[in-house]
Write a new protein. Structure first.
Length: 233
C-alpha cells in the first residue's frame, strides 16, 4: 500500500483531499508475510489498522488451509476457492482463528474484522441455526478482546441487538441498497461506529443518508482493491 491516500468526497469533489482514519487490510501482505509494514505506514499517518480475518469460510490459499479437516468444510460461498465452514465445530475452528488473531496482534493491528459470520442465513451444507451462529460469533469477539484488539461485526443484521455488547463497531455492505441501514440505529445511539460500503447505486443518495444518520460510508468496487475508492465525507 502507499503511505498516503488522497480522494475527493462525493459531496465536494473539488475540495480538499480526504485522508482515511481507518484502513481495513488483510492479515498477510503476500504468502506468509504478515502485513506489519503496511500497519506501520498506517500508524505513521495517524490512522487505525483493521485486520481482515475470514472466520466463517475456508480459503484454499491461506497458509493454514490444511489445518481445516474436511468434515468442517461445506459448500462453496460463491467465491473461487472458498467454502463455508461448520461453525458448530468450535473445538476445531476457534484454535485456528485464535492463532490468526494472535498474528494480527503481532503485526500491530488495532482491530479485527471477521468476515462471513452469517452462514446460518446462507446455504452452507450444514443445518446451522441462529443460535449456532451467535455462539460462534460471540466467541470470535472474545478472542479478539483476549488479544487486546477491538472487534468489528460484519453484516449479520438479524443478530445486531444480541451482538451489540460484544462488538465494538460494525461493518456493513450495501445496507442502503437493500434498505437495511435503519437496523444500526441502536449501535449508533450507543456511540458505536458503523462503517458502510456500497458497491452500486447513487452516491448522492446514500452519502446523504449516511451523513444524516451518522454512518461513515464509501463506494468501492467488489474486488476491494486499494483503489479506486470514493469517500462520502
Amino acid at each position: 500500500m502507499k503511505t498516503a491516500v488522497c480522494a475527493k468526497t462525493t459531496s465536494a469533489p473539488h475540495g480538499a483531499c480526504v485522508h482515511p482514519d481507518v484502513y481495513d487490510i488483510d492479515l498477510y501482505d503476500s504468502g506468509t508475510t504478515l502485513n506489519g509494514a503496511a500497519v506501520s505506514a498506517i500508524h505513521a499517518q495517524g490512522a487505525h489498522a483493521v485486520c481482515y480475518v475470514d472466520a466463517g469460510t475456508w480459503e484454499n490459499g491461506r497458509p493454514d488451509a490444511s489445518a481445516y479437516p474436511s468434515i468442517v468444510l461445506g459448500t462453496s460461498n460463491g467465491w473461487p476457492g472458498e467454502k463455508w465452514v461448520d461453525v458448530r465445530r468450535t473445538d476445531v475452528l476457534l484454535p485456528i482463528i485464535d492463532a490468526r488473531v494472535a498474528k494480527c496482534a503481532t503485526a500491530g493491528f488495532d482491530a479485527v474484522e471477521f468476515d462471513n459470520v452469517d452462514g446460518y442465513t446462507n446455504t452452507t451444507g450444514f443445518p446451522l441455526t441462529a443460535s449456532d451462529q451467535l455462539t460462534f460469533d460471540e466467541a470470535l469477539g472474545g478472542i479478539a478482546h483476549g488479544h487486546g484488539l477491538s472487534v468489528g461485526l460484519k453484516n449479520d443484521l438479524d443478530q445486531l441487538d444480541a451482538h451489540q455488547s460484544q462488538f465494538d463497531f460494525a461493518i456493513n455492505e450495501q445496507c442502503f441498497q437493500y434498505k437495511e441501514c435503519s437496523a444500526y440505529a441502536g449501535w449508533l445511539a450507543a456511540g458505536k461506529s458503523v462503517l458502510e460500503v456500497e458497491y452500486g447505486g447513487s452516491a448522492k443518495k446514500y452519502c446523504a443518508d449516511a451523513a444524516r444518520h451518522g454512518r461513515d460510508a464509501i463506494h468501492k468496487r467488489r474486488n476491494l482493491l486499494a483503489t479506486p475508492w470514493t469517500p462520502c465525507r
